[in-house]
Design a protein around this ligand. Structure first.
Ligand code: ADP
Ligand code: ZN
Ligand code: ZN
Length: 749
């Protein structure tokens, strides 16, 4: 007799365990892992839905007391089971509950009513003109607006009329009754884009051709592996992806392409839509639930072959996934910072193995992890060393800001940068100014006593807003706490209290003042909050509505602006000050990517890197886009200190609202791991560090403690995690503590 382990109603937090049910003979065949089932539950045997997550022949209790399944659904079996398998892998590798993992892999939670799109179509032009005249005469503004628009374009989406042009539904209905217009309805997949007609394909250059051929030849030979496509910025990686995608789709397989959320710009959408038309779908976090559901449905129904989206698009329910691409694979956003803290790259590699699919990782600045594996032969390395269309790499100037100071230049811009900005403005070419603010805040401090203003709930400095609606306000970026900028120092009463540092707003103001004739746009978290924020700013810049774009890392990622011939990097080395072991890598990445933005389409570009660390290998290597030089320095450092990828690191984060309890529980966990390792004779193979206070000691009134465990054996770290999870599960001492695991973390704690 066989039994099914069933997890009930996956959105229910309290039921994070499986319940065993007998599989009646009639369901034997369909009762596979992943099958949706109906089970009798609780005392009243209420019928509820669940999923089978395991099948066995071992009853966990007296078989006579195990209830039978009520029914097994046949729909969606194969897909769901694979994704549940993925959830299981996720839980095993990263910790947390199966429920957490299941929630993560089902980004679309529920069915949502289908949507129809309504289009208003002009049917009687003469009548429309007649009514327009009347509306104008009587000053009926909304009516006039509707009729003018209709006469101009012939057809308009109903929603645009109502929401954008503020026309009452009644007005539209009235004109429909008058025969001026009609309303057409079509079933709509929310979140779909209309497509532009096919764009001419480019002729691949020799390097691109070789990369494509390597992958497709392997696929033809039945070999499915992992490839690292390392191509300098602008080398045409996207063209390589598209050619491989074409080959895979031609085999009747589907493709998932992951890109960092902010790289999903209208440029990407346009290029892929032009090439693949209706067969490509786009997913992103700003879609509504309905839009997400419809894109999910399109994939499930086989109405699309290609899904492009951020990390959650990995869980797209295609029938036969043949290829997974992770573009800009070094990006931080591929690491989930919620439990389970999985890394998309690692998970995708496991998934591709299960699926028998090809995995391509692409980057100009590969993560140390990927390049390390390529060096060891685990991944196949494909290289693009030249910019496509033979555009030259930009000329890079490193400016030592200490020299500027010595020469009496106290301003934000070096003399070199200022001269080049003037030159480009004169030539009517575009300029980008990148402020590297990672690991840094525009904090407010007192010049008399040195006191920095901190959030009362989190142990971090408050950030000053110097422009816009929040001017003069201090904000905490961890919890959203806001307060008025004080006039006097709260500690010593001095009036010399001010915001320091260089934020995007400050640079924007400075640029406007210094170059009053330049048109300036700013792109950062503040200016891109709304649904279309990113696209709006990028489109405006791309349409030449500005000369200078000032921004944070957002502006350096993957955008392709033909007219940008100067990139200024302000405060290039701030990210070197971050407290985690990836600071050097992050700095190299940002600088190299930023440098790559300039002169993409043939016009020679120039880059100015302003720094206080001109001799740091990350800065020097970035200036020449010399990845190998950077890698050699960086991997030597990682090997010396046993940091990933040379070794594995597990961070155990413990938080509590009681400081003494945080300390005692953290000490307990340390002892637990230490004794556990001793017991299996593995104390030598894992080094434990801590427990210690996190660099941000308190967030939202919770105290934070951290323990690091390092080992070349990932499995041993998983054992430590399992040990802790099992031990603290029902321990009252840990009731008020939260314990989280982060394997090979991307950020410092
Ligand atoms: P990457 O993804 O490596 O940054 P892209 O694929 O976006 O590079 O290519 C950069 C630019 O070069 C794009 O405008 C693209 O259309 C163009 N391009 C790419 N490959 C070729 C080629 N073989 N011939 C001509 N232009 C190309
Ligand atoms: Zn003071
Ligand atoms: Zn706070």
């Amino acid at each position: 007799m066989r039994f099914a382990d069933v997890i009930v109603d996956i959105s229910h937090e309290d039921l994070d365990r499986t319940f065993q049910y007998r599989i009646p003979e009639e369901f034997e065949k369909d009762a596979q892992i992943g099958a949706p089932v109906v089970i009798p539950f609780g005392a009243g045997n209420r019928q509820i839905k669940g999923y089978i997550v395991g099948v066995s022949e071992e009853p966990k209790i007296d078989p006579a007391r195990i209830k039978p399944l009520v029914s097994v659904s046949k729909k969606g079996l194969a897909i769901e089971s694979r994704i549940i398998e993925l959830a299981e892998i996720m839980r095993r590798m990263y910790g947390g509950t199966l429920n957490d993992a299941l929630k993560t892999v089902s980004p679309v939670k529920q069915k949502i009513k289908p949507q129809v799109s309504k289009t208003v179509v002009l049917t009687d032009e003469k009548a429309a003109r007649y009514f327009l005249e009347e509306a104008l005469r009587r000053n009926y503004k909304a009516k006039a607006r509707l009729l003018e628009e209709l006469l101009r374009s012939g057809r308009i989406e109903y929603e645009i009329l109502v929401n954008k042009l503020n026309i009452a539904r009644k007005t539209i209905e009235d004109y429909k009754d008058n025969g001026v217009l009609e309303i057409q309805e079509t079933r709509l997949y929310r979140g779909s884009r209309s497509t532009s007609p096919g764009e001419a394909k480019v002729e691949l250059n020799a390097e691109q051709r070789a990369a494509v051929d390597t992958v497709t030849a392997d696929i033809d030979a039945g070999k499915r592996g992992v490839y690292l496509l390392k191509g300098v910025t602008g080398s045409g990686k996207t063209e390589v992806y598209m050619s491989v995608i074409e080959a895979v789709v031609a085999r009747g397989e589907q493709v998932i392409m992951l890109i960092p959320e902010i790289a999903l710009t209208y440029q990407t959408v346009r290029r892929f839509s032009a090439r693949f038309g209706e067969r490509v779908s786009f997913m992103h976090s700003r879609l509504s639930d309905g839009e997400k559901y419809d894109q999910y449905l399109r994939a499930k129904n086989g109405d699309t072959d290609i899904m492009i989206g951020p990390r959650s698009a990995l869980f797209t329910p295609f029938m036969k996934i043949g290829l997974i691409i992770i573009d800009e694979e070094h990006e931080n956003s591929y690491k989930s910072e919620n439990v389970p803290k999985y890394h998309t790259r690692e998970l995708a590699a496991e998934y591709a193995k299960i699926l028998g699919a090809t995995l391509i990782l692409g980057s100009a600045t590969p993560s140390l992890e990927s390049y390390y594996r390529a060096q060891k032969g685990e991944y196949k390395l494909l290289e693009l060393t030249k910019r496509a269309g033979n555009a030259a790499l930009p000329k890079v100037h490193i400016v030592d800001m200490r020299d500027e100071m010595k020469k009496g230049n106290m301003s934000m811009f070096s003399r070199k940068l200022r001269a080049l900005i003037e030159d480009r403005l004169e030539k009517k070419q575009q300029i980008m100014l990148f402020i590297n603010r990672r690991g840094y805040a525009g904090f407010v401090s007192c010049r008399a006593c040195g006191e920095a203003l901190r959030c009362p709930h989190c142990a971090v400095s408050l950030t000053a807003h110097m422009a816009g609606k929040q001017v003069g306000r201090l904000v905490c970026h961890y919890c959203g706490y806001e307060t008025e900028m004080p006039k006097l120092c709260p500690k010593c009463g001095s009036k010399y209290i001010a915001a320091f540092g260089t934020g995007t707003q400050k640079v924007e103001e400075y640029v406007r003042r210094e170059f009053p004739n330049a048109r300036v746009l700013r792109m950062d978290a503040d200016t891109t909050r709304d649904k279309q924020g990113h696209e709006r700013v990028l489109a405006a810049f791309s349409n030449d509505e500005a000369d200078i774009l000032v921004g944070t890392q957002m502006i350096v990622k993957g955008h392709d602006f033909a007219r940008v011939t100067l990139m200024g990097i302000i405060a290039a080395d701030l990210s070197l000050n971050a407290t985690d072991f990836r600071a050097g890598e992050r700095t190299f990445e940002l600088l190299a990517q930023a440098a790559g933005r300039s002169g993409r389409a043939g016009t020679d570009g120039e880059v100015v890197i302003q720094t206080y660390n001109p001799d740091h290998y990350a800065v020097k290597a970035a200036a020449t886009e010399d990845y190998e030089e950077f890698y050699e320095n960086e991997i030597a450092y990682r090997e010396m200190l046993s940091y990933p990828p040379a070794s594995n690191l597990m961070a155990t984060l413990l938080t509590s609202d009681d400081e003494a309890e945080a300390d005692s529980c953290a000490a307990f966990l340390y002892e637990l791991m230490s004794a556990g390792l001793e017991a299996v004779d593995a104390a030598e193979e894992v080094s434990l560090i801590g427990p210690s206070k996190c660099s941000v000691e308190k967030i939202k009134d919770r105290y934070r403690r951290i323990i690091y465990a390092k080992s070349s054996d990932y499995g041993l770290l998983v054992k430590c995690k399992d040990l802790i999870e099992a031990r603290i599960k029902d321990d009252v001492a840990f009731e008020k503590c939260n314990v989280q695991f982060d394997f090979n973390p991307m950020n410092g704690y």
